[in-house]
Design a protein. Structure first.
Length: 187
């Protein structure tokens, strides 16, 4: 993702990085992505339930499109992992978002892109990544419904920043910046 910006006029450093990537890929030429149809065991992941009745989301319901066909087959568990790399681009100062989505234990989609804003702290860039991951999880669930795939339970969205996870899960967490609060309420 980072090197693709320099395709028109690569410099020696960019070519050295391409050689490094090529060396890694040649070492991993026998690696495979395995299709595993068994559902992941999420029983060891602690889930903190909070009371959302006194928040603005008290009457929130799952949006299921009226024109979606009836699902058939074995239910699939959807899991999404996200992470952000603060100050990934040294030129613009923007962070990078990385997302991996799985159906059961099989990776089906991955996403890596530079964020559109410049963040000053990891908390903000992780919130942007969490919001992007949540938006894409909603889109994936909608696409699966239209493909007649039954979905087993909610989508597990997993990240490595505990403060971002806690602020998104607690109904009355205080957000000091307006846009972080909006991102939090989506995630």
């Amino acid at each position: 993702m980072t090197l693709s910006r320099f395709r028109a006029m690569p410099r020696q450093r960019h070519l050295d990085l391409v050689k490094r990537i090529h060396g890694y890929l040649s070492k991993m030429r026998h690696a495979t992505i395995k299709i595993r149809a068994d559902a992941p065991d999420c029983s060891n992941i602690p889930v903190k339930m909070h009371d959302w009745e006194c928040s603005c989301y008290a009457d929130a319901k799952k949006e299921i499109p009226l024109d979606a066909p009836t699902p058939k087959g074995k239910p699939e568990t959807v899991t999404s992992f996200f992470d952000a790399n603060l100050h990934h681009d040294l030129i613009s100062g923007k962070s990078a978002t990385g997302i991996l989505r799985q159906l059961n234990k099989t990776p089906v989609d991955w996403y890596s892109k530079s964020q559109s804003t410049v963040e000053m702290a990891t908390f903000g860039s992780e919130h942007v990544a969490a919001r992007t991951c949540t938006e894409q999880a909603i889109d994936l669930r909608l696409a699966l419904r239209h493909l007649r795939v039954p979905i087993n339970g909610p989508t597990m969205v997993l990240g490595d920043n505990e403060s971002v996870i806690n602020s998104a899960a607690i109904p009355h967490s205080k957000m000091h910046e307006c846009w972080v609060g909006l991102s939090c309420h989506l995630a």
